[in-house]
Design a protein around this ligand. Sequence first.
Ligand code: HSE
Length: 310
Amino acid sequence: MKVSAQVPATIANLGCGFDCLGLALPVYNTVTIEETVLPGSGIEINILNDDNEEDNLSNIPRDKTNIVYKAIELLYNYIGQSPNELKISIKTGIPVARGMGSSASVIVGGLIAANELLGRPADTAVLLSIATEIEGHPDNIAPAILGGVVLSDWEDDGSVVTSKLPWPEDWMVTICIPDYELSTGISRSVLPKEVPMKDAVYNLRHCGMFVEAIHTKNEELMKLSLRDRLHQPYRTKLVPGLTQIMNELKHTDGVLGCVLAGAGPSVAVIQNGTKNEEIKEIVHSAWNNINVNAQIYTLPVVQEGAKIIL
Ligand code: HSE
């Protein structure tokens, strides 16, 4: 039997919501799991590009240290079993190490597909909890599973509590993807172990405002709420041009805010859909000046999360 799951890209943090806010975008990875019939054939992991060709260049592990395998193993352990003969194929449509949740998407894809293969022993709460344990934070995992814009909480007992927020349909995301990678590990390594109390309080109140801005569809409140003092100030040095882009977009009509996408290096511009070309031009020109090429797309937030496909 063979099962495939398609999972959206996600943008975590959204400025004020470090490690707890994220949204889903209509760009996808697909994970296919097949129980092989030959006993003893072990675990086989293939990475395929958009044209279904084997991608031999990526340095994604093909053995049991692969995060997709690790997630699937936890699911099998949850029902008292261990995976034996499995073929895992990962088809990548989401750029890797760009802040678009590619790792969360393959973890979730592997889990959803394996859960289907096993007859759905795990409910959404269990899948959220296993996926978050592997990823280390729930902000990409939750929207990858649920779609939309999600606020998530990871409790000490490992449970993940989520709330899907009613994102206005006409608020779009212009995702600006530079032509270089930045691993989450490196991007987290520049963060301090402790932050000043005033910065923690700053984010606390902006995160509250973010939720209120969505519920009331209030653009002025949203503009204020996307600000952050917990991670972006430390990461700007890893993303040349970010400060300039943020400053220039402050004065552009229709822009509600500009944030680092997840751990970067992509930049997400939250906007109301009225000035797509102007935004693209500003970002291209800022990065062109420092020889950074970028792909820029304006996308809606997708409300559907991971799903089984034929
Ligand atoms: N919240 C995470 C971070 C997202 O900013 O490090 C990246 O996976």
